[in-house]
Design a protein around this ligand. Structure first.
Ligand code: ADP
Length: 450
């Protein structure tokens, strides 16, 4: 409040100063100006009346009484002819007189001198006059100033409150949020800067809350995924301890499958962490990948082989030409195909199709993974690449996974300067298309030579 008040006082002082300067240098001369011709006329008239002393005296008295002008008439021999002031205004001498003779009319602030030239034997005469300069209404100004200060003091309170109250509310909320209440939001409708700050806070709070939720979900999902294999391992151990070796070994296949699932999950979590860590350390920079030239065919065949080893009872159809060009790729690129194939398997029953070809522009490799499964709704298609997004959490949980797969896929594809697109229809199936730039010709030669 004090600050608002002091700003107010400063503004009043500045405004008064500006008003003073305008009054002094602009308004006052403008007001003085029009008074001059009438003053000149009066002075001439009085000089002319000097031949009739009685009449002159009467007019001078009248002039002082009615208009408040002091006027004295002299001749050029310094002889006082008449005056209405006591004492009379002192005669002009020396350079002042020379100036008056030269210019005839001389005016200052609140005074004037008018010369009537000599006429035949009659010496020149001049009239000196002084009118009361308006006084500064100091006491009125002081009163006005005091009233202004008082009004300002009264107005400062709501003004200061209107500025500080929302900020105080905001900082209370930020403290609440900092103390762990992630639901704290401002929800301000203000359209000013404070409203913008409040909305920025709300956005940030939404993102942090979503992130925290995702982290919790991730932990819950990983724990959930761990539970089944652990229970099986425990059971197998108990059976081995009891000597039931045959029964125990019947669990081994299931345990192996569970562990493979777990490995897959941990791979995703670790890839996500690696890619995100790289992003954090250098703004939006791409993660530090170690590119090596690899033939497109080898890449696709290896992905297909891994898939068939893990899921021998599923059908995988591959379709690609014999001579697929090479790409520059980090070994992490295999996760792209593993995750896409794994999703196609999880969300469909029938065969999965893996195809690859050289793009028409001759500079890219296009790999497509297609299934005839449950499909993805258009709304979900916009979100599936977000970390932790799963179309239907209950369904996705039964299929395993924590919603990191496609987020990791996209990050890896982008890190390889490629793109990924999805084309899906609910109930009909899904097709993911990955486009990756081909290796620089120089690199291929180098890799062939080695
Ligand atoms: P998750 O680990 O749950 O598989 P992803 O990021 O790989 O996570 O996929 C996110 C979601 O996208 C999945 O939960 C699923 O709902 C949907 N999805 C991904 N691929 C397919 C597919 N081929 N068919 C249908 N839905 C899919």
């Amino acid at each position: 409040m004090l600050r608002v008040y002091l700003y107010g006082v400063l503004m009043i002082v500045l405004a008064s100063g500006a008003a003073f300067l305008v009054g002094r240098y602009s308004l006052r001369p403008a007001l003085d100006g029009p008074a001059r011709p009438s003053s000149t006329w009066i002075a001439w008239h009085m000089c002319g009346l000097a031949d009739h002393p009685e009449e002159l005296k009467a007019e001078l008295r009248d002039l002082r009484k009615r208009v408040g002008i002091d006027l004295s008439v002299y001749d050029s021999n310094w002889r006082l002819l008449a005056s209405n002031g006591a004492p009379p205004l002192p005669p002009v001498t020396g350079p002042d007189l020379e100036r008056l003779q030269r210019e005839r009319n001389v005016f200052g602030r609140g005074w004037g001198q008018v010369m009537e030239p000599a006429n035949g034997s009659r010496p020149a005469r001049y009239a000196l006059f002084r009118y009361r300069a308006p006084e500064w209404p100091i006491s009125l100004m002081l009163k006005q100033f005091a009233v202004a200060l008082l009004v300002l003091a009264v107005v400062s309170i709501p003004l200061a409150r209107s500025v500080t109250a929302p900020l105080a509310g905001l900082s209370k909320l930020v403290r609440r949020f900092g103390a762990g209440d992630l639901s704290a939001r401002v929800r301000s409708r203000r359209r000013d800067e404070i409203g913008a700050l409040a909305r920025a806070f709300d956005d940030m709070a939404d993102r942090i809350a979503a992130l925290r939720r995702s982290e919790k979900e991730l932990l819950a999902n990983i724990s959930h995924e761990l539970r089944t294999p652990l229970a099986r391992i425990r059971l197998a151990l108990e059976l081995v301890t009891d000597g039931a070796h045959d029964k125990a070994s019947s669990y081994l296949t299931d345990i192996g499958e569970d562990l493979a699932e777990l490995e897959h999950l941990l791979d995703d979590v670790m890839s996500a962490a690696r890619l995100d860590l790289a992003r954090d350390s250098a703004g939006d920079a791409l993660p530090p990948l170690h590119f090596e030239s690899i033939s497109g065919r080898t890449l696709i065949e290896a992905a297909a082989a891994r898939f068939l080893v893990r899921y021998p009872d599923r059908t995988l159809e591959t379709d690609m030409p014999n001579d697929l060009p090479a790409l520059d790729a980090d070994p992490v690129l295999r996760r792209v195909f593993d995750n896409l194939l794994d999703n196609a398997r999880k969300f469909s029953e029938g065969p999965v199709l893996l195809s690859a070809r050289k793009a028409e522009d001759g500079a890219h490799l296009v790999v497509a993974v297609k299934d005839r499964g449950i499909g993805i709704s258009p709304l979900d298609q916009q979100r599936i690449f977000e970390p932790f997004f799963r179309s239907d959490p209950s369904r996705a949980r039964s299929t395993g996974g924590v919603g990191l797969g496609l987020a990791v896929v996209r990050r890896i594809v982008e890190a390889h300067h490629g793109t990924i697109a999805v084309d899906s229809e609910l109930g009909a199936g899904t097709r993911f298309v990955v486009t990756l730039p081909l290796a620089h010709p120089g690199n291929i030669t180098a890799s062939l030579a080695s």
